[in-house]
Write a new protein. Structure first.
Length: 285
């Protein structure tokens, strides 16, 4: 009998050693530490950047601090802090999966391939490829680029689509955004194409904002969402509830105007179509 008990105890010990440790959820981690850690950018104007006062600011950061963090705090019944870590396109998913951050809050496009690795919030910003042109340009959209000299970044989605779908345009690829914009200002090209938000950022930094405008509807679709670890529905619901409350209360649109309105860091007006899309994501309480 003693021998049998010893064997059973030994087997139980082996099972306990081989069993995976209980994984702490994101919400449990935040409750334990009192901190929501986000991954975000340091140099994307309007969304997340370091300003002249060395402050980390932008729309995505405001949405976390003023909409999402309060929702989590209310759920946990205690105040929480928001800490920021820099994330980039190559590092943001590893930062999430390694538990270094709890939420990615920046210009991350929600795609089907990325959904295999992470979960996304509802869409909090919509953009897509458009054209930056001089005011008075005949280019009003992608339908007008036949025979025109179009600048794009080397290896970009915009360059690939122009090359494949609009071969009658004279595509010229540049190594970086300053080089492409310089070619446009010097009249070497007729338009520069990229995501509308990046084009708006160029206008915001240009000496004469009024000389430039963004032309055309989107010919690509870039829905930005906030990313988190997979299969944590309670945390995802809190993130979404915070964003929906901000949209429903009008807080989102105040913040949008602050960063992307005519006097904002990046002049990029919210279209009626995009505003309606945001509002339609708000489900009834």
């Amino acid at each position: 009998m003693k021998r049998m008990l010893a064997v059973l105890l030994y087997l139980a010990m082996l099972l306990s050693l081989s069993a995976p440790a209980f994984a702490e959820t994101t919400l449990e981690k935040i409750n334990r530490t009192g901190v929501l850690t986000i991954g975000t950018r340091t140099g994307v104007s309007g969304f997340a950047f370091i300003n002249n006062n060395n402050e980390w600011v932008g729309l995505s950061i405001d949405l976390v601090e003023q909409a999402i963090a309060p929702e989590i705090s209310k759920k946990l019944g205690k105040p929480i802090k928001v800490e920021k870590k820099e994330s980039t396109a190559p590092t943001r998913i590893p930062l999430l999966t390694s538990n270094a951050v709890d939420l990615i809050a920046e210009t991350m496009t929600d795609t089907r391939s990325r959904r295999e690795s992470v979960d996304f919030s509802l869409t909090y910003f919509v953009t897509g490829a458009q054209f930056l042109v001089k005011r008075g340009s005949p280019i009003k959209g992608v339908q007008d680029i036949a025979g025109k000299r179009i600048a794009a970044l080397q290896g970009s989605t915009s360059a690939r689509i122009i090359r494949e779908k609009y071969p009658s345009a004279q595509l010229q690829e540049f190594p970086d955004q300053p080089a492409a914009f310089q070619a446009l200002t010097q009249g070497q090209v007729d338009a520069y194409t990229s995501d509308g938000t990046y084009l708006a950022g160029l206008i915001g930094k240009a000496p004469n904002r009024g000389d430039w405008l963004i032309a055309g509807d989107f010919y690509t679709y870039e829905p930005y969402g906030m990313a988190m670890r997979k299969n944590e529905s309670e945390f995802r619901n809190l993130v979404n509830n915070g964003l929906m409350e901000a949209i429903e209360s009008g807080k989102y649109f105040e913040l949008y105007e602050k960063w992307f309105g005519p006097k904002g860091e990046v002049p990029y007006p919210l279209t009626a179509e995009n505003k309606r899309f945001l509002i339609l994501q708000v489900v009834p309480k």
